[in-house]
Design a protein. Structure first.
Length: 152
């Protein structure tokens, strides 16, 4: 009798494991990942490239906000509100959310989002994964390495 219960329990655990492993979504299959793949990073900025930003220890939320507004060259008037611990800044065509401890921020360019669908290429023109990986590795290799002590 014990062998029957043990066999049943083992079968149930194995079946559940297979079902969980089979239903796990891969990151590249998620809709938001596919949407992000269609955006062009360079369309939101007047510069052809951005300097590499390095994350450091937590800083003052207001200092981080003013630094980001300056570095991203966000012009015009803006409004700030507190959403919980986050500081939410909105301009005419952009928004910026800064974490309470200043350790993280999220920037959205509403003008780029509005025209993103017109900039999208058909899936038939999608770059093959091997070519994309090769270009990514070449880009990374062309950049000077950052000492580990500066990456916090």
């Amino acid at each position: 009798m014990k062998n029957t219960y043990l066999s049943f329990a083992t079968s149930a655990v194995l079946t559940a494991s297979v079902m969980i492993a089979g239903s796990t979504a891969r990151a590249e299959d998620l809709p938001q990942t596919k949407l992000y793949q269609q955006f062009s990073v360079t369309q939101g900025f007047s510069d052809s490239e951005l300097p590499v930003l390095q994350r450091a220890g937590a800083a003052d939320q207001n200092k981080v906000t003013s630094d980001l507004i300056g570095k991203l060259r966000l012009a015009g008037t803006y409004q700030s509100t507190k959403l919980g611990t986050k500081l939410h800044i909105t301009g005419e065509q952009w928004s910026l959310d800064v974490a309470g401890d200043g350790s993280a921020a999220e920037y959205r360019d509403l003008a780029v989002e509005a025209r993103s669908h017109s900039l999208a290429k058909p899936l038939s023109e999608q770059m093959p994964a091997a070519e994309l990986e090769q270009k990514g590795r070449a880009f990374i290799a062309s950049r000077p390495s950052i000492p580990r002590s500066r990456c916090a």
